[in-house]
Design a protein around this ligand. Structure first.
Ligand code: ZN
Length: 313
């Protein structure tokens, strides 16, 4: 059966949007630029670049090693202490659209929240178009189980075919309660099942965050807000289980900070950004637990998921 290398991808052309940061409330401009093979996803703070001592001071690699905060959202930073926050939804869109390389220029410290989901970013990427590059796409194949825990929260990576995820949430709120979701992550399933799921928050908690100077840009336009006994958004939910689907979205975005797609099964129980980050760190701290592979396509029923070869083979 013929085997073909799966190429790395980038955007066909640059595309921009503007919006507000959910925590800062600050209006920002964002431009997604094409980038060459093996460039990876890199953020560039255009506001910092104007006054930076070195051009590199404005650049932040989308990599788990760059994570500087993972409490409310995922924040990345560099040695010059330049940071960019709330990268997870855009990273999820890059994962879902199989974009390996891009330069993301942003005019402030936080990415725009858009509607609180990854769908506007998927739309942007589709409008820009996707271009194949002349280098093979690499992936991180999980070879041994890795688990991290925090009380009743648990994140586990196991060897598997493709990327599959099972996610569970359990909130005291009767509206969210316990939800379970399992998915075989492919570009098509990401788009239809996950990308539109919005971030959510509890009205009481949002008041507390606001008092602490956070969630300043948060509104019913960019989050599902849960009151005492009802959802405050007039339009209701996009999926009956939108909450757990958004957790999957966050997890996919956070795990794409591995620097390449992960091939394995993710079990995520009551996870948040902090645990997603710890899972990546735990994986890379164990050299025998993973290997870099080149993705190949075997044309036939088995599809591309069958095709892997160790990088360098
Ligand atoms: Zn999120």
């Amino acid at each position: 059966m013929p085997v073909a290398i799966v190429p790395q991808k980038t955007l066909k052309s640059a595309i921009s949007c503007s919006g507000i940061g959910v925590h800062s409330g600050q209006r920002v401009q964002m431009v997604l630029h094409p980038a060459p093979a093996n460039h990876g996803i890199v953020f560039r703070r255009s506001d910092v670049a104007r006054s930076a001592a070195q051009p590199a001071d404005a650049l932040i690699q989308a990599d788990w090693r760059s994570v500087v905060d993972s409490r409310l959202c995922t924040t990345l930073g560099n040695a010059a202490r330049t940071t960019v926050s709330t990268v997870e939804h855009l990273m999820a869109a890059f994962y879902g659209c199989e974009i390996d390389n891009a330069l993301v220029e942003v005019s402030g410290p936080e990415l725009p929240i858009m509607d609180g989901s990854a769908a506007p970013f998927v739309f942007l990427i589709e409008c820009a178009g996707v271009r194949e590059l002349d280098e093979p796409r690499r992936a991180i194949q999980v070879l041994r189980p890795i688990a991290v825990e925090d009380g009743s929260r648990r994140a586990v990576l196991r060897p598997g075919v493709g990327l599959t995820i099972t996610c569970e949430i359990d909130f005291e709120s009767a509206i969210v309660a316990r939800q379970h979701f399992a998915l075989d992550l492919e570009p098509a399933t990401f788009r239809t099942e996950i990308s539109r799921a919005r971030t959510f928050g509890f009205a009481a908690e949002i008041d507390r965050l606001r008092a602490a100077g956070l969630a300043r840009g948060g509104s019913l336009d960019n989050a599902v807000v849960i009151g005492k006994d009802r959802i405050l958004n007039a339009e209701g939910l996009r999926f009956a289980d939108e909450f757990v689907r958004h957790k999957v979205l966050d997890c996919v975005g956070d795990l794409y900070l591995a620097g390449a797609p992960i091939l394995g099964h993710v079990e995520a129980v009551r996870v948040g950004h902090a645990l997603n980050y710890r899972l990546l760190r735990a994986l890379f701290e164990q050299p025998g637990a993973w290997r870099m592979v080149e993705m190949t396509t075997t044309y036939g029923v088995a599809g591309r998921r069958e095709g892997l070869r160790a990088a360098g083979d």
